[in-house]
Design a binder for this molecule. Structure first.
Ligand SMILES: Nc1ncnc2c1ncn2[C@@H]1O[C@H](COP(=O)(O)OP(=O)(O)OP(=O)(O)O)[C@@H](O)[C@H]1O
Ligand SMILES: [Mg+2]
Length: 234
């Protein structure tokens, strides 16, 4: 097994003085390649903050995040966006597709930004087949349903063959039948591609068995999901 992610004593503080919020408090854990990890915890516990740190969308106040063994705290702001585009895939609650583009163009976009056009179209098409919407590829992204849009978002999140796919409430905007399908799709894609997924969710029960669950409580990370048995991660 190889480590794709390591957090060492990551703390995030927002605001100052009376507005000061410690959103993450000394979080330390590692994730191995291919693991499907759920991040759970009550509202305001720090889940999105954690995902934003791992996604290099914001920097920790203290601590270090290694992705594929690379210390991301040393990356300049210029380097960080290309690193993010190459190493990470994102799936959001609202699919965030570009509505002026077709389904196919949306999936191709991360590859075009990365500048790696070799086999891009073939890979995008394969992924669109794998997520089950190859019949929609020439439609504009605003002409498809919410569930279809999340399928496109999954294909887009995978097209750069990222080290980690990060998803914040990917089913938060879907009805429960569609949620179930999207969850099974993410799990099967993860397994087939040996792809690491880190998914923040309030929808724990629909996920069934996963490799690992991390609970965030008051900005601290715990292994497992049963409150009485939580062990702080160190
Ligand atoms: N940009 C910000 N500026 C100031 N405080 C913030 C900011 N983002 C989050 N917080 C605060 O940090 C804490 C953790 O927020 P976070 O969004 O990470 O929670 P969450 O677990 O994702 O909650 P939810 O389940 O409701 O999405 C909260 O107290 C929140 O108010
Ligand atoms: Mg959140």
């Amino acid at each position: 097994m190889s480590k794709v992610l390591e957090l060492r004593s990551v703390t995030k503080i927002y605001g100052e003085k009376e507005n000061r919020v410690k959103a993450l408090d000394d979080v330390t854990f590692s994730i191995e390649k291919g693991e499907f990890v759920l991040i759970v915890g009550s509202s305001g516990s720090g889940k999105s903050t954690l995902l934003n740190m791992i996604g290099l969308l914001d920097r920790p106040t203290n601590g270090t995040i290694y992705i594929d063994g690379i210390d991301t705290t040393n990356l300049s702001d210029n380097n960080i966006s290309s690193f993010r585009n190459n190493k990470l895939g994102f799936i959001f609650q609202f699919s965030n597709l570009l509505t002026d583009l077709t389904v196919f163009e949306n999936v191709l976009l991360p590859r075009q930004i990365a500048g790696s056009k070799d086999s891009a179209e073939k890979d995008a098409l394969e992924l669109l087949k794998a997520v089950g919407i190859e019949d929609q590829i020439n439609k504009r992204a605003n002409k498809i349903s919410g569930g279809q849009a999340q399928r496109v978002a999954i294909a887009r999140g995978l097209v750069n063959k990222p080290s980690i796919v990060l998803a914040d409430e990917p089913t938060g905007n879907l009805d429960s039948v569609t949620s179930e399908k999207i969850i099974q799709l993410m799990k099967s894609m993860a397994k087939n591609l040996n792809q690491t997924f880190i998914v923040v969710t309030h929808d724990r029960e629909h996920f069934g068995n996963v490799d690992r669950i991390i609970t965030i409580k008051d900005g601290r990370a715990f292994e497992g999901e049963q409150p009485s048995k939580l062990e702080v991660l160190v």
